[in-house]
Design a protein around this ligand. Structure first.
Ligand SMILES: [Zn+2]
Length: 159
């Protein structure tokens, strides 16, 4: 069961910072990337949710995000910029704690740059739910969970 690869809330690895991917090691990460894309589909089949996952969530401490909204996209060494001053309040969830919702503030829009699997630099401008999604996944690469961004101590809800 591929979902068993996801580390649960409380695992120390989830609080570690992940390392940049070197171009020459990309081939050795192919299986990890396939697993991450399979996890999105498996998670969706089980929970009817799940649009993206970050590599450290399965204990591979590399700066990779796999994303699947219209199609599977692999984001290598992503960087966020142009974070809007305007914020949005959202109830966030996470594959590491599928039944817990956490109320957080996210930037309403941002710019994302990443290398794709062909190592071409991509630039995306994201707003709304895609902006909050990428901020959640990007946090994973820096060892930050939504629980650490809770607005206050009542910002938790069991689903
Ligand atoms: Zn998450």
């Amino acid at each position: 069961m591929i979902l068993n690869k996801i580390l649960p809330l409380g695992d120390n690895k989830l609080y570690e910072t992940s390392h940049p991917v070197l171009k020459e090691e990309l081939a050795s990460l192919k299986t990890t990337i396939e697993d991450l894309h399979d996890i999105i589909l498996a998670f969706r089949a089980k929970y009817n949710a799940g649009r993206a996952v970050a590599s450290p969530q399965i204990g591979v401490m590399k700066r990779i995000i796999c994303w699947n909204i219209d199609e599977p996209i692999t984001m290598i060494n992503p960087e966020l910029s142009d974070l809007s001053e305007e914020m949005m309040e959202v109830w966030d969830d996470c594959m590491c704690f599928p039944n817990l919702l956490v109320k957080v503030n996210r930037h309403k829009s941002c710019t994302l740059r990443f290398f794709n699997e062909a190592w071409n630099l991509q630039t995306w401008h994201l707003v709304g739910d895609q902006s909050e999604l990428i901020q959640h996944e990007y946090d994973h690469l820096n060892g930050i969970l939504a629980t650490q961004r809770a607005i206050d101590n009542k910002s938790f809800c069991w689903r």
